[in-house]
Write a protein that binds this ligand. Structure first.
Ligand code: HSE
Length: 298
């Protein structure tokens, strides 16, 4: 009647895959306890870590959970406790971890009536509250694990992609806040066809590189000519951090989700740790506080 879950942090976009590509980190995430209760409805009884609304209709975990029970119609309700470790607005899927964690847990307590795609679909309702749009590039990797590609959100279709065994992620999170809705609003509505061609060539190649464990192709494909040039202005020292990561052996680096976190992918944990040092050096010379993580993709 009660379940405790770990809802992982995730990296969306992954450079060449705006709104469609994502991967799951295995060391950072929120914890949630969800239990059945006699009174019908969704009740968020406790939130630790960050100041977020307890009202289920205003909380992303509540909104996704309400969407699920509106469909499942159980004759009981659920209480949710949220222990947040992922800072809201950090760019590593904080709202997504809340939105997907509650419905993942409720689905388990209901005896798994829904498959992973359906669970992701309910989670999208919560994510939309935070970002103002329904996208699943953070939700899908959190629920399916590893790398995922969202081919379509309506109807939702998620592809689970293979992870080459030596790929590690390094994340640096400068302590500034960027609202996803703002980071979406600054993007142009149209793009030159030549940039679109570069982008889909890279995205296709990236997916092929994952399937073939071709690290050199992975490196060449990790380029973003669509979103990064616009959003990087919102992140102080982005260019230096990226250059430092590439100079210290990263396969590629870009903005994690809507930012401000920056991620790098590396082959092997040693490289990922060297990249972490190089990224830290850049922000150490500034007054901006930051934290870093190295994680396997799982
Ligand atoms: N794909 C989304 C974006 C992820 O970059 O806006 C953040 O929610």
């Amino acid at each position: 009647n009660e379940i405790k879950i770990f809802s992982p942090a995730t990296v969306a976009n992954v450079s060449c895959g705006y709104d469609v590509l994502g991967f799951c980190l295995d060391t950072i995430g929120d914890e949630m306890v969800v239990r059945k209760t006699d009174r019908k409805g969704i009740y968020i009884t406790k939130i630790e870590g960050y100041d977020l609304p307890l009202d289920a209709t205003k909380n992303v975990a509540g909104v996704s959970a309400l969407a699920m029970i509106a469909d499942a119609k159980p004759n009981f309700g659920f209480e949710i406790e949220i222990y947040k470790n992922i800072k809201p607005g950090s760019g590593i899927g904080s709202s997504s971890a809340s939105a997907s964690g509650s419905v993942f847990a409720i689905n388990e307590l209901l005896g798994r009536p829904y498959n992973k795609t359906q669970v992701t679909d309910f989670a999208m309702k919560g994510e939309a509250l935070a970002s103002g749009s329904e996208h699943a590039d953070n939700l899908a990797p959190g629920i399916f694990g590893g790398f995922t590609l969202v081919r379509s959100t309506s109807p939702l279709e998620v592809l689970q992609l293979p992870t080459p065994k030596d790929v590690y992620a390094t994340i640096i999170h400068p302590q500034i806040e960027i609202k996803t809705s703002d980071a979406r609003a600054i993007l142009p509505k149209t793009f030159p066809l030549k940039d679109a061609i570069t982008q889909w060539a890279n995205l296709g190649s990236f997916v092929h590189a994952l399937h073939t464990s071709d690290y050199e192709l992975l490196k060449r494909s990790l380029q973003d000519v669509i979103v990064e040039p616009h959003r990087s202005q919102l992140i102080p020292h982005f260019a230096e951090v990226k250059l430092a990561a590439l100079a210290h052996g990263a396969l590629g680096a870009s903005i994690s989700g809507a930012g401000p976190s920056i991620f790098a992918l590396s082959k092997g944990i040693e490289n990922a740790k060297n990249v972490e040092k190089a990224m830290r050096n850049v922000y150490s010379k500034t007054s901006i506080a930051f934290e870093t993580y190295v994680s396997k993709i799982n």
